[in-house]
Unconditional design. Structure first.
Length: 323
């Protein structure tokens, strides 16, 4: 409480209490009001720093719940990533191997998202890193699932065509060779019979008398019938589909024409000695995806395990080809 002020009155020889004027009372009131405002501001500032409002408490609880939900979501994404990785492994190393389809490359499975920043609207928040990381993982897994789904669509088509594919793959010897004595020369480096140089032999040679029947080794369409006095001489090529083709060279005669459909075991021509050849024989090649492959791996309808080993021994022992 403010102290009272007094003034001495010489006329009355006594002290009289001084009453404040209107201006003074106004200034006092203004001072009290300003002090109250300052005190209120100080208390409000302190409370806002150390004590959360009900709304702030609610927001903090919501943020904590969201962080927990993101943590749970990331755990589920971890599990999903493991499942997808297993599906991809099975797809490349089991399903596609069975149907002899090329595996999907990692560059396709794990391709990123180029171009503009897809997550610009998620930046600038307290938990932006967590949100962007989760969104990125989700987008990546989504794309992997799409790629895997398309792959399974392709596998389903291959499965539906399995019977046709098995009939089309080259799977028998191109001439009758039950005792394997007609196996002359196989895959690998050999001495050329004419030029006497070491040269890679991209097929197998089978010796046989002229006009011995030659069989289509799988179902397909005759894609080429060509006569020549050089190189392969008279030759036939068959497109078996499923990325397989076969070539039969040095024939004496043809028994098919271009565009004709043939079945495995059909007689397509006869053994000869045409082109660059030193004796009657058949030169036989197999291609997969337009690349030469060893024909010895495609006689599984003809040979037992023992016969297969014997053919390898015979074909690899020859030091010289016939063409």
């Amino acid at each position: 409480m403010a102290k009272s002020r007094f003034r001495y009155n010489p006329d009355t020889l006594s002290y009289e209490k001084i009453k404040p004027g209107t201006r003074q009372r106004f200034l006092q009131a203004l001072t009290y009001f300003a002090a109250s405002i300052v005190v209120f501001v100080i208390y409000f500032f302190i409370l806002s720093l150390f004590v959360d409002s009900p709304k702030e408490k609610k927001l903090r609880r919501e943020n904590a719940q969201l962080e927990l939900q993101y943590e749970i979501l990331n755990r589920k994404l971890d599990h999903l990533a493991v499942v997808i990785e297993d599906l991809q492994e099975r797809d490349d190393n089991i399903y596609r191997t069975i149907f002899e389809a090329e595996p999907i490359s990692n560059s396709v499975r794990n391709a990123g998202f180029g171009g503009v920043n897809r997550y610009a609207e998620l930046e600038g928040f307290d938990n932006s890193d967590v949100v962007i990381e989760t969104a990125t993982r989700l987008d990546k897994l989504t794309k992997q699932i799409v790629v895997q789904s398309k792959s399974y669509d392709e596998i389903i088509k291959l499965a539906l065509n399995k019977e046709k594919m098995l009939a089309s793959i080259p799977a028998i010897q191109p001439i009758s060779n039950k005792d394997l004595k007609r196996t002359a020369s196989g895959w690998g480096y050999r001495i050329h019979p004419i030029y006497k140089i070491r040269k890679f032999h991209y097929g197998m040679d089978f010796t046989a008398p002229t006009r011995t029947e030659i069989y289509a080794t799988g179902d397909g369409v005759i894609s080429r019938v060509h006569s020549s006095r050089r190189g392969y001489g008279n030759r036939i090529e068959i497109d078996h589909g499923f990325n397989y083709t076969t070539l039969y060279a040095h024939l004496s005669e043809f028994n098919v024409k271009v565009g004709q459909n043939v079945k495995r075991g059909d007689v397509i021509g006869y053994v000869g000695n045409t082109g660059t050849s030193t004796a009657p024989h058949l030169h036989y090649e197999v291609k997969l995806n337009n690349k030469h492959v060893n024909p010895i791996n495609y006689y599984f309808n003809d040979l037992s395990a023992a016969e297969y080993d014997k053919m390898i021994e015979i074909s690899m022992g020859a030091g010289q080809t016939f063409d």
